[in-house]
Design a protein around this ligand. Structure first.
Ligand code: GLU
Ligand code: MG
Length: 314
């Protein structure tokens, strides 16, 4: 099986002032000339930018690059971040990828796109006869990620303010489930573009929506692939596919929760013997010690201060 992967980054121009109109041409133009320069630099660097757009949040933007093999995708994630910082700074602006810039504000996600192909390039995830048009193999892969999702949170959402973002009604992950036409899923079957007779078969792939800038992209992608492979190894059945809006007071009340804060996330990671077996004890002990220290230090501040701290760092 061959993996195609890409990281999609959201960030905020924190130096921008004035009105913001989500997704507008005005917001697009407000980023000029940094926006056009960013795309040019990414193109010249061979990072294959695909889409550059104003997002919903206040002075928030999104940049996507073309999929590639897994390791290169993670390399590209780091290069994209540094290019964004550098280009915005060159124009006297400041960009931040922090999960939440101000309490209650829209979050910045780092979404991971994952496609599954065979050696000839055929899409292993595609099966139009099944729910979500998702093959049995891809269903098992998704099941591994969904089953271990809560334990992975400490690594995909490793900052104290990561958990301000991972909440319902936030267009970001509300619960741990596989979704279709649903932006609150941890793992989403991406919508396909079938305009003018475009073929959906090669397009169908997953988007993992839980991650943020605190996650190491190599480790994050490695974890998602390990969890997916675990699902394949055990032949897990396709998880429930939640289609459309989430009804947390009704039909979807029983969907598994993600940890509510970093401390809970560290406990949940420790309790999952499968996920912990993928790491050396020394790695886990070091990670936990650092993160517990970070949690203890940061949580004593007000939410606004917590957000400001991470906005400065990221
Ligand atoms: N900003 C959302 C997040 O925190 C994602 C919005 C979108 O679907 O593009 O993940
Ligand atoms: Mg987005």
């Amino acid at each position: 099986m061959h993996i195609g992967a890409a990281f999609e980054h959201e960030f905020v121009d924190v130096s921008a002032t004035g009105d913001h109109h989500p997704f507008s041409l005005q917001a697009f133009r407000q980023a000029e000339p940094a926006g056009s320069r960013l795309v040019t630099v990414l193109q010249n660097a061979g990072l294959e930018p695909e889409n550059w757009l104003p997002e919903y949040g206040r002075h928030q933007y999104e940049i996507t690059v073309a999929p590639t093999d897994a390791v290169t995708a993670a390399d590209r994630a780091i290069l994209v971040r540094d290019t964004v910082y550098d280009v915005f700074r060159a124009f006297g602006r400041e960009a931040s990828f922090a999960p939440v810039i101000t309490p209650g504000g829209t979050g910045n996600g780092v979404h991971t796109h994952i496609g599954l192909r065979d050696a000839e390039g055929n899409n292993l995830a595609w099966d139009p006869s099944r729910p979500g048009r998702l093959s049995e193999l891809a269903g098992s892969f998704a099941a591994g990620i969904v089953r271990h999702g809560p334990a992975l949170a400490a690594l995909f959402a490793p900052l104290v303010t990561s958990y301000l973002r991972l909440a319902p009604h936030n267009w970001s992950t509300a619960r741990c489930f596989l979704g279709l036409q649903n932006r609150e899923a941890l793992l989403r079957i991406c919508p396909t573009n079938e305009m003018d007779g475009r073929d959906p078969a090669p397009q169908l792939h997953f988007e993992f929506r839980g991650g943020d800038i605190g996650a190491n992209p190599w480790i994050l992608l490695g974890l998602l692939l390990r969890a997916g492979m675990q699902g394949l190894r055990e032949g897990l059945p396709t998880p429930e596919i939640v289609v459309g809006e989430l009804d947390l007071d009704g039909a979807h009340a029983g969907l598994p929760q993600l940890p509510r804060n970093l401390e809970e996330a560290l406990e949940t990671l420790k309790a999952d013997e499968v996920v912990t077996s993928w790491f050396s004890p020394a790695f886990l002990a070091t990670f936990e010690a650092i993160k517990r220290d970070e949690y203890a230090t940061v949580r004593t501040r007000s939410l606004a201060e917590q957000c400001a701290m991470y906005t400065e760092v990221y």
